[in-house]
Design a binder for this molecule. Structure first.
Ligand code: SF4
Length: 311
């Protein structure tokens, strides 16, 4: 099946429906040893260099260029200039679903048209099952590490709907011991062992902000997709995102927030707004290149866990 690289949230339903295989190229970054020579954010610089070195065997690339990441807009063009057919999708800043519908229709043409209508429903059913996993981890019945691994993979379902369904069937419930309930806001940490480290300190992540967006948005046709995905919080204004966050933090009975920020990412600038508006104990962590969680970060997480325990 033709492999379509995606740089951020692009409805995987639509790519499967066009008879193609979505591949979220960010998922290769945390385990990469590549040292990009020209970089701002390591996420885009590493996937850019991986594509330019032909390490990902993509036939198309879809870049989220508006409403989320401007580094991807430039690095995506560098890849396009080398000949990879590339589509640039721009999310609306408001809730203009007609605008997004036009974008998704253009994307459908770029991908050769819809061939597998049933894929929309199949993905919707899988996302319902992933939401059940999210609920179970909120209830302390599934580890945060497992829930994160599954939810972050919902961006592309690892390119295979049936295989992903089998993966979900094998997830076992267990009783999780923890000290505090944590919300992890921002883009996912570039450290591959981050959730594992939090768990070892008694910090149970009950909310992974971005992966939850991958799962909760869906639809069984382009119209429904446009209406759902125009609520993608990372592309909307901060007031919309804050209201959404307040609701989720309350529902998940969060004790504290960890805001992961990435070096040279514009989302960094949101940190003081979150601190001012979200009334929870708050820790900001910043990462740059992919590697195991550093000692310095571990010490800060440990101190945060102790502080939450003393409240
Ligand atoms: S971390 Fe920020 S700059 Fe980097 S890819 Fe994500 S949104 Fe773009």
């Amino acid at each position: 099946m033709t492999k379509v690289g995606i740089t951020a949230l692009i409805p995987p339903e639509l790519i499967f429906a066009c008879g193609k295989k979505p591949c979220d190229i960010n998922n290769f970054v945390p385990l990469s040893n590549l040292q990009p020579s020209n970089k701002l954010c390591a996420w885009t610089a590493i996937w850019r260099d991986m594509i330019l070195k032909n390490e990902l065997a993509l036939e198309y690339l879809v870049v989220v260029a508006g409403g989320d990441c401007h580094n991807a807009l430039v690095d995506g063009q560098k890849v396009e200039m080398k000949g990879l057919p590339t589509f640039f999708l721009f999310y609306p800043f408001d809730d203009d679903s007609d605008y997004l519908k036009d974008q998704l229709e253009e994307l459908t043409v770029f991908l050769g048209g819809i061939k597998e209508h049933k894929a929309f429903k199949e993905v919707k059913e899988i996302k319902k099952k992933i939401l059940e996993i999210d609920d179970k981890r909120i209830a302390g019945k599934i580890s945060a590490e497992k829930a994160f691994e599954i939810m972050v993979s919902a961006s592309d379902l690892r390119g295979d709907i049936s295989e992903f369904e089998r993966l979900l069937e094998n997830v076992k419930e267990e009783d999780i011991d923890f000290l505090s309930r944590i919300a992890l806001l921002g883009v996912p940490p570039i450290y591959p062992d981050f959730h594992e480290n939090l768990a070892s300190l008694g910090l149970h992540v009950v909310y992974d902000e971005l992966p939850y967006e991958f799962v909760r948005l869906s639809g069984v046709n382009i119209d429904e997709l446009a209406k759902s995905y125009c609520n993608y919080t990372f592309a909307r204004n901060l007031d919309f995102r804050l209201k959404f966050l307040e609701k989720e933090l309350k529902r998940r009975r969060v004790d504290g927030i960890i805001h992961y920020t990435q070096f040279a990412c514009h989302h960094l600038l949101e940190d003081d707004i979150f601190r001012k508006n979200l009334n929870y104990p708050f820790l900001t962590i910043q990462g740059d290149m992919p590697k195991k969680t550093t000692k310095q970060v571990k010490l800060r997480l440990e101190a945060f866990s102790e502080m939450l325990g003393s409240l």
